[in-house]
Each structure stands twice: as C-alpha cells, then as structure tokens.
Design a protein around this ligand. Structure first.
Ligand code: ZN
Length: 494
C-alpha cells in the first residue's frame, strides 16, 4: 500500500518537473528542444520557442494586452495569455486549459494546441505527449501510411496519400519471391509512418524506399495471392489495392512458393577474362586471374559442402560481355548473383574490401569504381548497343527493376562485409552503391565484391597468395550460407 503512494507521489513529481519537448524535423532528422513551463501539472509549451522552430518570422508581442501573433507561412495564429481561446486565421478555437504568461512568453497546453495546429495549418505535425516528442514533417510527404483491412477472401491495402496521383504513375507487381510491389512516380513517402503501419491479413512485412523520383513500397506476403486490383479514391485520398487470397489455402500452392524461394542455385561471376584483364598490379598480377581463382575456390566449397547448384559465368580465361553475365544467371534460374572483382585506385595507399549494390552512386569513389568496371564495354564487339547510357532516367529504371531485390542484396552485402572482416586482415570499406552494368537485369538478389586493391603493393602481395585467396573464398562461403539460412528461416515461419 505504502509503495503505491510512493509511486503516486513519484508520478506527480514527474509530471510537475518540466522536461522540454523534443522536436524532430523528419526532413533532415535534426532535433531541437522546445521549452516548457515548470511547476505546473501537464505540459505547456513556449509560443516563442515554437515560432522559432517553424519560422524565421519573429512573433509580434503586445506586453500591455498580453497578446502574441505567430506568423506561420501565410497564416496568423493569435494568442492571448490567461484564456483558452486561440485564433488561427479568422477561426476561433478553444483549448480546455488556459494559457499561461511568463516573462513575455505565452505557454500553451501542448496537447490541445498541437491538435488545433495539426487540424488547421500543419497536418504534418504529430505530438506524442507521453514521450514528449513533437514530430514536424516540414517536408511535404504525399504518401503518409497504409491501413490494412482483412477480409474473408483477401486483404485490402489503403495507401494514404495527400494528393491524387495519375493512375499511370502507379504500378503494382506481384513477384514470385513472395513480395508485392507498388511503385508511385512522383511520390514522397513518409518512411517512418509507413514502417509503423500495422501489418495484418496476408501482409507480413512492409518496407518503403524513397528513390529520386518515385517511391517503392514493398509488402511481404504471408501466403500466395490469386490476383490483385488497384483503384484510386479521391476522397479520402488513397490508393486502394485488393489482394485476393484463395478461400481454402492449398498446401501445394504454398509449397511451390517455398520451392521457388529456396536458395538452390548460386551464380558466381568471376570479373573480366580473356582480352579484358581488368586491373593490373605493380608486380603484374591480373584482376581476371585473381577473380577466377577466388570464384573457383568459393564454388568448390559450395559444391563440396552443400547441395546448392553452382553456376559459373566463366570457369576459364575467356571473354564474356557484361550484359551476358546476368543473362546466364537468369537462364539458369539463379537465386543469387555474386560478381567477384579486385580494385584499383590511383592512390596506392587505398586498401580494403567493399561490396557494391546496384544503385545510383552516392560518392565520387563509388562512381569511379563503377566507371572502371564498366570500362570493359569498349572491348566488346557489338553490332547493336545493348547498353543504354547508364545515367538519369535509365539508371532509375534499372535500379527500380532492381529494387525488388534490394533489401535482400543489402542484407547479403552486409553479411559478406562482416564475414570477410572476420577472416582477412585489411580494411573493411563497407557496403557501397554504384551503377554497374554487370548487375543490371539479374532477376535475383545480387552484389559485386571488390576483394582488395591490386594498386596497393601490399595488398597485391596478399592477393597473390593462395592462402589469402582461400580466406576470401571462405568468407564469401560462410556469408552465402548465413544468407541462405536467414532467408529460409522465413520459410520455416510461414
Ligand atoms: Zn573488376
């Protein structure tokens, strides 16, 4: 009993002591603090502080009349101390608690004040009174979440939008890997809200990706769907997608999804070959030989210790054009594509290993590596050019097709980095992104590994050693196994 009073007392103390409200701007993830009034129960926030955070326009204050005007965009918010009334534009709103004057500042009851602001001029703000967090989305998201309804014969996705999109800008796609994709051109997604959305029905997991000019929403399915339809509501503004599930789930159908999902074939791509030697070290070591050797060692480990089928894009010193490599992978029903390379840099000190994903390059370094690896195209004899220029819209298209495997590719890339890090004594340069032709068109998760720098004499010496290459192969081998395990874990849960 006494304990209960102590807890009550502590709770009162906690309410009265004033901790500032943390303000998060989701546009740049910056945080600031908003002052609150101490010594009173409940949270009262500073009007001046709020004004400072959302606008550079200084508030107007009349000390005699204890009135203040905030200027938010083209809106005026009129406040007066000691009342529950505030005016937004010409509308009067009433708060259940009176505002408080303190040192030329008006403190407003947080919950009520933010509710009024949210419903009038700033729909993007969210106040969490329990956690003392004010979330301001100064960026204007136009895709703000998804509500999922479960029905007897299916699941309805209601994607909340702040505008009506042209239906031609919305595409939906159900992939054999058990994910359903929605791409919205011109969309700006609130990824935080999207990830917070509750999963239900046939939806196991939601992920949202903001690309340069479009949004990709991915919904992982718990079971097979028979079909899907899409239409758009203008009021409320939402994209509605119905996913039809069979009334009686057929065990066979689920099994066949599992079989397609099972990681039974891995495609290993030894970079370069034949007339394309790739990078060359000071001691004459050729990238094409290093990559072929590592790939063969890796293939051997897989063939000896697992029942995974290994497909090589090349298993000897021959020239294979870049565009043919993912083609080989697709034709062999590959479930994973790993391209192995060695790096080179004008800076001889550069060293370490890094794993790339196909995506527009973020750094000059990444772009440089991509243009070097893509450079082989000059050596290819071509009648008609299979390579669209890899920039702008083309790269976006290529990466969009890719992004259905992006989550898995990211996952694989980070496992590879971790496993190599455990085994070889060099620098972990992390997971990077760039536009690689060799990764375009592979209908499976795919990565490109740069095992080390031939331009660095020390690293070249290492790469020349069979024992060092074996360690790299072993690192890649355990990465692939652990990736397979985590992927098939999902099956076991299903
Ligand atoms: Zn290369």
């Amino acid at each position: 009993m006494i304990l209960r009073y102590i807890i009550l007392f502590l709770m009162v103390l906690i309410t009265v002591s004033a901790s500032p409200v943390e303000v998060i701007n989701r546009l740049d993830q910056s945080t600031t603090e908003l002052n609150t009034l101490s010594g009173v129960p409940g949270t009262f926030v500073s009007a001046r502080g709020f004004s400072d955070i959302i606008t550079s326009h200084k508030p107007y204050y009349n000390a005699d009349r204890q009135k203040m005007v905030l200027y938010v965009g083209e809106h005026r918010i009129k406040l007066s101390a000691g009342t529950g009334f505030i005016m937004v534009g010409e509308q009067v709103y009433q708060m259940p608690v009176h505002s408080v004057l303190q040192k030329d500042d008006i403190f407003l009851p947080a919950e009520a004040f933010f509710q009024i602001i949210r419903s009038t001029i700033m729909p993007g703000i969210v106040y969490d009174g329990d956690r003392h967090i004010l979330d301001i989305a100064l960026v204007s998201f136009n895709i703000t979440g998804v509500n999922i309804d479960e029905k007897a014969n299916g699941t309805i996705l209601r994607i909340q939008t702040r505008k009506v999109f042209d239906e031609r800008d919305v595409s939906t796609f159900k992939h054999d890997n058990g994910w359903f994709y929605v791409t919205v051109k011109g969309g700006i997604v609130d990824t935080t809200a999207m990830k917070r959305s509750k999963t239900r029905g046939v939806i196991r997991h939601i992920s949202a990706d903001q690309m340069d000019e479009s949004v990709q929403l991915a919904f992982q399915l718990r079971s097979e769907i028979e079909g899907h339809e899409f239409y758009q509501n203008s009021d409320p503004s939402e994209l509605v997608i119905t996913l039809r599930t069979p009334l009686s789930k057929s065990a066979n159908r689920i099994k066949s999804v599992k079989d397609r999902w099972r990681l039974d074939t891995i495609v290993l791509d030894a970079g370069h070959g034949g007339k394309d030697g790739g990078a060359v070290g000071k001691f004459g070591t050729k990238e094409k030989d290093i990559t072929l050797d590592i790939t063969k060692r890796l293939g051997m480990l897989l063939e000896k210790n697992t029942n995974i089928k290994v497909v090589y894009t090349r298993d000897e010193d021959v020239f294979i054009p870049l565009y043919k490599r993912p083609k080989i992978a697709n034709e062999n029903n590959g479930k994973l594509f790993v391209s192995v390379h060695a790096n080179s840099n004008p800076n001889r000190n550069a060293k370490g290993f890094e794993t790339y994903l196909l995506r527009p390059g973020k750094t000059d370094d990444a772009i440089e590596v991509a243009s070097r690896e893509n450079g082989v195209i000059r050596l290819e004899d071509r009648d008609n050019d299979p390579y669209a220029e890899l920039s702008g819209a083309n790269l976006i298209m290529a990466t969009m097709a890719q992004s259905m495997f992006m989550k898995e590719s990211e996952n694989l890339a980070s496992i590879i980095q971790a496993e190599l890090d455990k085994r070889i004594d060099s620098k972990n340069r992390g997971v990077k992104q760039a536009g690689f032709y060799v990764l375009i068109g592979a209908s499976m998760p795919n990565v490109l590994v740069e095992c080390g720098f031939l331009s660095n004499p020390n690293e070249e010496r290492n790469l020349k050693k069979a024992s060092y290459r074996q360690k790299i192969a072993e690192g890649l081998y355990s990465a692939l196994l652990s990736f397979k395990e985590s992927r098939e874990q999902v099956l076991a849960e299903g």
